[in-house]
Write a protein that binds this ligand. Sequence first.
Ligand code: ADP
Ligand code: GLC
Length: 477
Amino acid sequence: MKTVLSVASEVAPLIKTGGLADVTGALPGAMRPEGWRLVTLLPGYPAVMKALKSPRVVRRERACFGGGAQVLAGRAAGLDLLVLDAPHLYERAGSIYLGPDGKDWPDNAERFAALSWVAARLAAEGFEDVKPQVLHAHDWQGGLAPVYLGAMKGGRDVGTLLTVHNIAFHGLAPASKLAALKLPKDGFTPDGFEYWGKISALKGGLIAADRISTVSPTYARELMTPEFGMGLDGVLRQRAGDLTGILNGIDEDLWNPAADPEIVPYRTPAGKAKNRRALLREFGLEDGAGPLCVVVSRLTEQKGLDLLLGALDVLAARGGRLALLGSGSPDLETAWREAAARLPGVAVRIGYDEALAHRMMGGADAILVPSRFEPCGLTQLYGLRYGAVPLVADTGGLADTVIDANAAAMAMGVATGVKFAPVEADPLRFALSRLCDLHADRKTFTTLQRNAMKQPVGWAASAPQYAALYDRIGGRV
Ligand code: ADP
Ligand code: GLC
């Protein structure tokens, strides 16, 4: 079987801070029927070391960015894994990216350069009689892998793909770390991995990889514009011919309203009623005449939830309810706690809770995703599958996965949600008001929910697209 070495900083269900993990965790299963086996290299965080079953040592590195390390092979959660066991880099309590002060770990550049460097070695030299055809790196944490690989013996036989899940994070490091990061000095130019006097892991990967993909067609287009490219739009325009947008899917077994252990299972919108009552109870909300809306999200600038704070009055006036689950920026956490204290129709859980996320999808009439940018977004896909009608900003993957309930789409029977643009307070207020109108007409709303639940949101369409990409770049071995 043809093999891809996938390299990522998080992989669900082992270690997750966001959608990246869901995707790197689901892709191996989705690609197997396509004839591609994915082996995933990830850092040996404590949770990963604990989960790894009967590991085998496949490689030792005496000097691995500040300490000794080894690469372990094994399985966990149904995945074929390679784990970089480097206690000096990964054996830390708390968040995988942030120290106890809430700031990036000061050696993040070394931590993920090490991951990328080891990925390149494993790709160039193979492991346990496997020689991968493709190295697939994810985001800036894997960005340097194609850079290292290009300079290694045997490296040019392996095709490379870099997937951008979020261009907001570049993996910048000061130029003084060039030697410590084992980077060639001659690559430190504007045509290489230099970004305004700094090392940029993401830019390095964008230039060195054979092909670049991102997680929706619309985000692929947006990335080439100054508004969304976050300073790398020029590089992406240069590489327009090698850039593809492939939509994320969700794990349809894990997110299945007909067999979800967290809810009373259902197959039709009517079956949501019990879950809706349970959700209102769980959040301490009294029912009203309007829709029960939910948000499940990281609380960051990207997600536009500050705008939603300013639109809550529209929902309140129509008897709508809002239950929010999220964590992130302390300012947003406080603002949402205050909103919940002020408004009887709003309830908030600050924290991270997978099981609760399932119950929210099960009980909600609608899910709100007013992101300023959204490379793909997964929660609107969960919403579609669970008949929680998505109200979304018309951007990135949200634009590609939701069909607005305009007159034509309603007449054709294809509408699945509500979209708004530009991502500002007034259009969002208007969208909420439209959602309430749609909800007020029971028949219309049930039709929307039914359409949503029928929409394909798995990997069936995207897996063959990745396979075609792998075939194209991996044809050299
Ligand atoms: P991003 O990766 O930008 O955070 P996505 O929509 O792609 O956005 O993925 C977010 C993932 O993280 C989803 O699986 C979502 O359910 C999950 N998630 C986010 N915040 C929470 C939370 N507070 N509790 C549980 N799950 C969460
Ligand atoms: C990023 C994006 C999100 C996307 C996820 C998985 O975290 O913010 O839109 O769904 O990656 O690709």
